[in-house]
Ligand binder design. Structure first.
Ligand code: TXA
Ligand code: MG
Length: 324
């Protein structure tokens, strides 16, 4: 069962868990977050595992200050204005990633943008001490409502995590507002803790509403990383010129002639496989092979989300259709 520690006694224990690649539930001003080191793939995989999320959707990366935010993402003038006005606070900005940042690709599900937020209170202090951003979705299991007290987190996730930091009831009580700059305009991707009108008052323009056709919206995975190469699942053999995405110790027949080969997890560890998934697919794609053959990955635990992502990558693509 998770230990529950008050904010004034939890800092060192929380840091130790994060440093070791584990997760910690923390209070923020909006809702409780299930936090992991955003630069550590195993830590991020553990977030999905503890939540039991059947999919890898992109997570919000939380930063301690503007310097950390700028190391991770590229700010346009409008986004910078919003950050200055509302951070720390319940506003999340979707921004282009700064190339070469050390955010693990599982945080962004392979996207080249990143959702960033600067939380107030314990979360901000913890990130400053860690010196690295924290990935943190709401601290509830998949399909449940977000937790606004440490007791609610413990009741839901207590058997799967080691520490819940108790900061009392969260003042805002609902998730952050998500906004994305689009060529001089701003789009509201998710309403939340800051009213759209407050944002409009700061920037002096109306927010665009609804998902831009074909562009990412929370919960819509259409724009998620899809390789240029075709993807062939459950491969028992490797064809001439195919790249191979392997899993475990037993190789598909003909693996020696693969144009390139990377193993998600030699040991058959699904947590390790999740943390390698996006980077390996991208690297095999860059090899120029026309097809990536993928060895079978079991469906238990994180395997469900891994298989979900793989089957999306393998699905026929028709860019003229709107996302569903
Ligand atoms: O208040 C909050 O925002 C809480 C606290 C813990 O900070 N966090 C939270 O995270 O609600 P989560 O993971 O439950 O929600 C993240 C949302 C999802 O709707 C996701 O689709 C969207 O952010 N998102 C993340 N990265 C994105 C991106 N690059 N582009 C568009 N949407 C993105
Ligand atoms: Mg949530």
């Amino acid at each position: 069962m998770a230990e529950i520690l008050a904010v004034d006694e939890a800092m060192e224990r929380a840091l130790a868990l994060l440093e070791s690649g584990d997760v910690v539930a923390i209070p923020t001003e909006t809702v409780y977050g299930l936090a992991g080191d955003a630069t550590n793939g195993i830590g991020v995989a553990r977030i999905f595992e503890a939540k039991g999320r059947p999919r890898f959707n992109p997570l919000i990366a939380h930063v301690a200050d503007m310097a950390m935010a700028e190391r991770v993402a590229l700010f346009d003038p409008l986004s910078r204005k919003l950050a200055l006005a509302f951070w720390p606070g319940p506003l999340t900005l979707v921004l282009p990633q700064r190339p070469g940042n050390d955010i693990h690709p599982l945080v962004t599900a392979g996207l080249d943008t990143i959702a960033l937020r600067m939380p107030r209170g314990f979360g901000g202090d913890l990130i400053a001490r860690l010196g690295r951003p924290l990935a943190a979705p709401s601290a509830n299991s998949s399909g449940r409502i977000s937790a606004t007290t440490a007791q609610a987190v413990a009741a839901d996730l207590g058997a799967r995590i080691k520490l819940v930091v108790d900061g009392g009831a969260t003042p805002v009580g609902l998730e952050s507002t998500i906004v994305k700059a689009e060529g001089g305009k701003l789009r509201l991707l998710r309403p939340g803790g800051i009213a759209a009108q407050e944002i409009e008052a700061v920037v002096g323009m109306e927010l665009l509403r609804g998902a831009d056709a074909g562009v990412e919206a929370p919960g819509m995975l259409a724009s998620h990383y899809a390789p240029d190469a075709a993807v062939r699942l459950n491969a028992g053999t490797v064809g001439e010129g195919e790249a191979l995405l392997a899993f475990g110790k037993r190789r598909a027949e003909g693996w020696q002639k693969a144009a390139a080969c990377l193993n998600l997890s030699e040991a058959g560890d699904l947590r390790e496989a999740a943390s390698n998934l996006f980077a390996h697919m991208q690297e095999l794609d860059r090899s120029g092979a026309r097809t990536i053959a993928v060895e079978p990955v079991p469906f238990d635990g994180l395997g469900e989300a891994i298989n979900d992502r793989l089957s999306r990558a393998a699905a026929p693509r028709d860019n003229s259709l709107p996302p569903t």
